[in-house]
Design a protein around this ligand. Sequence first.
Ligand SMILES: *Cc1c(COP(=O)(O)O)cnc(C)c1O
Length: 382
Amino acid sequence: MSDWRIALSALNYGPEEEAAVLRVLRSGWISMGPEVQGFEQEIAALQGARHAFAVANGTGALHLALAALRLGPGDEVIQPALNFVAAANMTAALGAKPVFADVVGVEEPTIDPARIKALITPRTRAVVVMHYGGYLCRMADIRSLCRKHKLFLIEDACHAIGAADGDGVMAGSIGDIGVFSFFSNKNLATGEGGMVVTGRDELAERVKLLRSHGMTSLSWDRQKGHARGYEVELNGFNYRLDDLHAALGREQLKKLADGNRRRAELTDRYRRHLGQSPEWIVPFASGATPSAYHLMPMVARDGNTRRQAVEALTEARIQSSFHYPSVTGFAAFADHRSEDVPHSAEFADRVITLPLHPRLSDDDVDFVCSTLSKATSNLAPT
Ligand SMILES: *Cc1c(COP(=O)(O)O)cnc(C)c1O
């Protein structure tokens, strides 16, 4: 696939996934059908959620969640500046205004409840949180804030599938509605795919309709003789998932707990190597924040250290990345800038994300860390 010696992420696929796809191909039904239904039931069970809806991708899941809440022109949606751009794009797509809040700090790059509170106006309708790297946001504070101000709470849990809070409530099921992505680099990967979960019946009803043209029956129901005609109750989309992807998802779900456990071990190993180094700040270093360990972020002491580190890694054919540039810096959001987000900007300037996936070996982590140490020990002290 690539000539990286150590890739940032890798599929955790085997003969099980191949057999699952074959099973669907041979069944004669490849669009939304029994595999999707099974996948939804299994995700709902994992989440302890009343409803789960499989969708085409995580961005579509966000679109449906926001649309289910009837967000539109005149509404403000507070969300982290440090995020993948999907939540902000989908907010804008509905004509609502994304309002960007800063994160707690470079050591805790998740949305700051104090900044959410400061940004609430009479037009605020909802808050989107994103569990960066799989690490849970300060949900107890954010939940009570949302309850007090009657705001909907949406969880972008695309990094956090399998993580649970201190009470055992799963990421994605702490707020009113949660979304997941199954893009190929996520902890559960189907190529493209996503899920919306909610415990609220009225939101579930809207998500279900909006997912498929606002129509009251699916072609699978009609094929089975469960339904003949249909009504179009509202103006919906087509964000359906198909049975091929759902079958992959069901196999991946069986591997999720072990995969996340291995990710936790590897994270621990990185921290033992780099945690004492003056060149690096390790986010969530206390180990107290529940996580699905999707990303391995390290924050360099300064921009120069990061530059040296990236060069050395690339030289050694170790893939790394930056998650994420602040959304506020993108041209498409130039009109939406609401306040300075210094911690998000600082994090974006200094973060580097290192290889992390269940197939990584201990030796791989040791090699990444020794490459980093060598690179930064050449730096003159500042
Ligand atoms: C991956 C991701 C998305 C988008 O999911 P897609 O399936 O690629 O559309 C949204 N938000 C976050 C935080 C993500 O990591």
